[in-house]
Design a protein around this ligand. Structure first.
Ligand SMILES: Nc1ncnc2c1ncn2[C@@H]1O[C@H](COP(=O)(O)OP(=O)(O)O)[C@@H](O)[C@H]1O
Ligand SMILES: [Mg+2]
Length: 275
């Protein structure tokens, strides 16, 4: 089964899109490096703001006919074909493909609320396309909306990016509980919390270190910590240039941290495949 990693947190600005896009490209690089049979990765952007789509494709004009919105509105029998048709190549790598978001996704939530099977409108059509990819990465919007539920139901692994600030970390347990709810309440046993990713970490700030230490020593959350991404201006510059942080500056601290995270994810993927 193709692993599908969703980046989720109901807070905005915590590094979901930055992480989704760089993890997606990082996976292509590592899979190619280890000469995997298939190094194609699909990035799905479920956020109507479309930041992940914009930086990876250079475009933000996706709409009625060529975006995730089109897939959600498609007749159920047609949805897989429509999904395949809406996938576009990224500008970052020939093996990184994108199912882009559209501002119309905002309306899609309203249009679909109450429709039977609505939360599965990504998972169902994706199940036919997923075998073509080595991995799938899903970016979500900063809320627990229907769109985010759709993203979680299409995923096998959830990564929760969080900034090392008090009010950010207090909400963490509720995010983890929400993911567990989807697994148990919605009978989606393949979904698990793969990790908490601390982003924008500035080790010169006492409060950041304090929160990281608290997180590490927490009985539940400490076990889930999967990486720490430093606060690094290379990330902002990479966005302005529509580049991955790896391409903007492969030696930047954030590039090293994302590369390490991705290597761990690939090892984890291999272990789960072997089980
Ligand atoms: N490691 C980092 N260092 C510096 N700035 C970062 C880092 N990660 C993200 N950012 C910046 O923080 C802002 C929010 O990041 P983003 O990935 O869009 O968050 P989200 O998708 O959760 O809303 C962006 O302006 C981005 O450039
Ligand atoms: Mg985002």
């Amino acid at each position: 089964m193709t692993r599908s990693i969703v980046l989720t947190n109901h807070k905005g600005g915590v590094g979901k899109s930055t992480s989704a896009t760089n993890i997606a490209l990082g996976l292509v690089h590592v899979l190619r490096h280890i000469k995997a049979n298939n190094s194609r990765v699909l990035l799905i952007d479920t956020d109507s703001q479309g930041h992940a789509s914009l930086v990876t494709t250079g475009r933000n004009d996706f709409g009625t006919d060529n975006s995730l919105y089109t897939v959600l509105m498609a007749d159920r029998k047609e949805a897989s074909r429509v999904l395949a048709e809406c996938i576009v190549p990224s500008e970052w790598d020939a093996d990184l493909h994108v199912l882009p978001a559209s501002p119309m996704l905002e309306g899609a939530e309203r249009e679909l609320t109450g429709t039977a099977g609505a939360p599965y409108r990504i998972a169902d059509p994706l199940s036919k396309i997923a075998p073509h990819y080595a991995a799938i990465v899903i970016d979500t919007r900063p809320s627990f909306s229907l769109m985010t539920e759709m993203g979680l139901l299409a995923a096998t692994d959830a990564i929760v990016p969080v900034e090392p600030r008090y009010l950010e970390t207090v909400g963490l347990l509720s995010v983890i509980n929400k993911i567990n709810d989807i697994r148990e309440g919605w009978r989606h046993p393949n979904l698990r919390v793969s990790g908490i990713l601390v982003t924008k970490m500035d080790s010169r700030i006492k409060g950041h270190n304090q929160l990281l230490n608290e997180l590490k020593s927490h009985s539940v959350l400490g076990q889930l910590l999967c990486g720490v991404i430093p606060q690094n201006e290379a990330v902002s510059y990479s966005h302005h240039n529509h580049l991955s942080v790896f391409n903007y500056d492969p030696k930047a601290p954030a590039s090293n941290a994302y590369a390490e995270l991705v290597s761990n994810l690939v090892r984890q993927m291999a272990r789960r495949k072997a089980v």
